[in-house]
Design a protein around this ligand. Structure first.
Ligand code: UP5
Ligand code: MG
Length: 199
């Protein structure tokens, strides 16, 4: 039997830029599977018997980036499970990854030759808007990092570690930038145009 190589779109942008919201909408219209690295880490943190729960917990609260060995295993497993359940499912949105040089190296070590990174969807949004959205969500999200203190650290990490990764993809001609400061529907209209052009 012939199995397809996973076709991956990385989805990047600051905390609260709208990555998850837009990925959900993409899934409704296009044949992608959405994998949020943050969601996978949060689920692993709560999984009974997880060896990494405490580490993940403290990294997320501190807005720090979890060592890639943990994240890449969760992503690889999720991709494998999706493709085993449905052989036609080989298009993935990987949301919130890669966030730093360590993530990039971990991906290369495990996935080079096994998956194609088609392009990077970048949700561009000011830090101020990002923080406001997360604080608003924090009223009901129950996320341990939707508070001012954690958000300051998340923004710092984003600026220091993730911005250089985004610049790298821009230099490679792989970055597709969307202005994410507008309404959900306006942003999605641009996303659709972009995806229609890419496929
Ligand atoms: N909202 C969305 N779009 C809007 C719009 N256009 N106008 C107005 N409001 C809008 O949206 C955030 C909020 O804004 C929601 O309330 C939404 O309704 C509203 P969402 O779509 O959730 O934004 P998203 O970009 O997904 O925000 P998120 O908080 O998930 O981004 P982060 O990148 O901060 O979080 P993530 O879950 O990816 O990571 C969390 C932590 O996990 C990291 O800080 C890190 O510690 C760890 N992590 C790793 O270590 N490694 C990884 O690879 C990934 C994560
Ligand atoms: Mg998210």
């Amino acid at each position: 039997r012939v199995s397809m190589k996973p076709q991956v779109v990385f989805v990047l942008g600051g905390p609260g830029a709208g990555k998850g919201t837009q990925c959900t909408k993409i899934v409704e219209t296009y044949g992608y599977t959405h994998l949020s690295a943050g969601d996978l880490l949060r689920a692993e943190r709560c999984r009974e018997g997880s060896a990494d729960g405490q580490l993940i917990d403290s990294y997320i609260k501190e807005g720090k980036i979890v060592p890639v060995e943990i994240t890449i295993n969760l992503l690889r497993k999720a991709m494998e499970e999706t493709m085993q359940a449905d052989e036609g499912k080989c298009r993935f949105l990987i949301d919130g990854f890669p966030r730093n040089q360590d993530n990039l190296q971990g991906w290369a070590a495990v996935m080079d030759g096994k998956a194609d990174v088609r392009f990077v969807l970048f949700f561009n949004c000011s830090n101020q808007v990002c923080v406001e959205r997360c604080l608003e969500r924090g009223k009901s999200s129950g996320r341990t990092d939707d508070n001012r203190e954690s958000l300051e650290k998340r923004i710092q990490t984003y600026l220091q570690s993730t911005t250089p990764i985004i610049q790298l993809y821009e230099q490679q001609g792989k970055l597709r930038t969307v202005d994410a400061s507008r309404s959900v529907e306006e942003v999605f209209a641009d996303v659709k145009n972009l995806l229609d052009r890419e496929s």
